[in-house]
Design a protein around this ligand. Structure first.
Ligand code: PBG
Length: 330
């Protein structure tokens, strides 16, 4: 026999030499939830995740950073009384997110702080944009008016010290508008990580539970993408690149590996992928029931996302994996 592929698998040393993909804490962006309260509260819909106080957030981010995680992205749980139909709280300079950014940057100057730009945590309607009722009673998510608010939100985050703003709203034209607004406000160095191909996905359910941010009526299908489509993702990448995005993202990740691969081929920009709350929950709950080996499945799922072409991964497992790496466990 001339060809015995098993020779390249015969020892850990050889398997290491021929390994095609690597995974490391430095690939990760760690999503963290923050609220106004003093205490830290376990999130029921996402076992193992927490709604942190600002103090708790700073501590958790610091521990992850010390383990080699370079970046966090913060998601606020906004009290119901601060929400309204125009989401004004999203650009309050004394709001929760600006204070969280300042606290993080002060405690950990080398940590890259990323913020989510979208209206859903602040909008009494629970949508990513401004909602208007059409004459026939249907709901419309108004694009251009929303983009104006997103610009104020992004500038507010930049002013507070965010390194990267990350629009997750899927409105048209928002990347160019954000770039212009940031530049006009003197924030040329603040980057844009665009949720370029964000699909209308049932995998976001546990996240909306974590923030009480589910839409009050209707769904997100007029702005998030149809999971049957690939070419539409390519179109979004071309637009975002043209509009000045610094990095693009595919979301969710695990059920969208073909999209990650396609996006990787389409652009020379860094590609991020978001292993979302439902992906996290499926692994976590199966592991807690004793049905899956958590560490093995987490690593396999993350390697798959890297292998498909992602450079960066947003994952709720970031700190755990960084700890395993530090302990030499993979
Ligand atoms: C909101 C936003 C969502 C997520 C990140 N930003 C939810 C949504 O679009 O409904 C989901 C993240 C996750 O499920 O882990 N703009």
């Amino acid at each position: 026999m001339l060809h015995r592929p098993r020779r390249n698998r015969k020892s850990p040393a050889i398997r290491n030499l021929v390994r095609e993909t690597s995974l490391s804490a430095k690939d990760f962006i760690y999503p963290l939830f923050v609220h106004e309260d003093e205490g830290n509260v376990a999130i029921e819909s996402m076992p193992g995740c927490t709604r942190w106080s600002i103090t708790g957030l700073v501590k958790e981010a610091g521990e992850a950073h010390a383990l080699g995680v370079p970046a966090v992205v913060i998601f606020p749980a906004v009290p119901e009384e601060k929400k309204n139909s125009s989401a004004d709280e999203c650009y309050n300079p004394d709001g929760l997110v600006p204070r969280a950014i300042q606290a993080l940057k002060q405690a950990h100057p080398t940590l890259c702080v990323i913020t989510d730009v979208a209206l859903d945590p602040y909008n009494s309607d629970g949508h990513d944009g401004i909602v208007r009722q059409k004459t026939n009673g249907e709901l419309e998510i108004v694009n251009d008016e929303t983009v104006e608010v997103l610009c104020k939100q992004a500038v507010c985050h930049a002013q507070a010290g965010a390194d990267i703003v990350s629009p997750s709203d899927m409105m048209d034209g928002r990347v160019e508008a954000l770039r212009t607004a940031l530049d006009d406000a003197g924030h040329q160095d603040v980057s844009i990580l665009s949720y370029t191909a964000k699909y209308a996905s049932a995998y976001y359910g546990p996240f909306r539970g974590a923030l009480d941010s589910a839409p009050k009526a209707g769904d997100k299908k007029t702005y998030q993408m149809d999971y049957a489509n690939v070419r539409e993702a390519v179109r979004e990448v071309v637009l975002d690149e043209d509009e000045g995005a610094d990095m693009v993202m595919v979301k969710p990740a695990g059920a969208y590996l073909d999209i990650i691969s396609k996006v990787r081929e389409t652009t020379s920009l860094p590609v991020a992928a978001y292993q979302v709350s439902g992906e996290y929950l499926m692994i976590k709950s199966a592991a807690e029931a004793g049905w899956l080996d958590e560490k093995a499945v987490v690593l396999e799922s993350l390697y798959a996302i890297k292998r498909a072409g992602a450079d960066l991964i947003l994952t709720y497992f970031a700190k755990s994996v960084a700890q395993w790496e530090a302990d030499g466990e993979f």
